[in-house]
Design a protein around this ligand. Sequence first.
Ligand SMILES: [Zn+2]
Ligand SMILES: [Zn+2]
Length: 230
Amino acid sequence: MSHHLVSADETRPTHTIEDYLMTMYVQERDQGEIVAARLAELMNVAPATVAMTFKRMERDNWISGKGRGGVHLTETGHAAASSVIRRHMLTEWLLVRILKVPMTQTHEEAHNIEHAISPALEERMREILNDPKVCPHGNPFPGFEQIVSGWIPLSDLPLNQTVTIRRLHEVIEDNHELLNYLITHNVLPGTQVQVVESLPFNQTLSLLVNEKVVTLGFSAARMIFAEKSN
Ligand SMILES: [Zn+2]
Ligand SMILES: [Zn+2]
């Protein structure tokens, strides 16, 4: 998404703000607060750019800098974030299921389309796509966070237990190299795996996926969630 954000794109302000809102929603959901430095990192922009955008967003009542714990989404900001995330996720499903776009491209392609979708089209997409509650990567639609709450990070699993991958966190969706690696090795929602080795001194673990061993760093493993297989 960074190509929209490297410069202040005055012709498409809503687009830029929507991109910020999506990332801020996820940060607030997971950490309980929005940290400007981390946001700059996630969005691949300079901290000064984030500071400037925050000023605009506060002026327009998307965020509030008042109160404890830094910046938060306002009620309006939360609703707007939820809306663009829903459009993003429905677009991902449209790309995967109907247009058969490879998983390596769905997240990025969705970022270009999501801003243009009207409420009526969103409703139609929801119908056609059978009202999904998670995106193709397993991330929850806003309001459906409880669906993913029981899934366990690979980093917390006991060895040699068969589990089914359910979710690659939003942070992974934005990390092309990691996402491509996971797709190439079929570490995807629906795949059964086992953690067969964990090396804390090396910060890596080994997964058995379709009889092949795949190595992951702990930081990636913390962002991949699985469910016990029966
Ligand atoms: Zn995505
Ligand atoms: Zn997704």
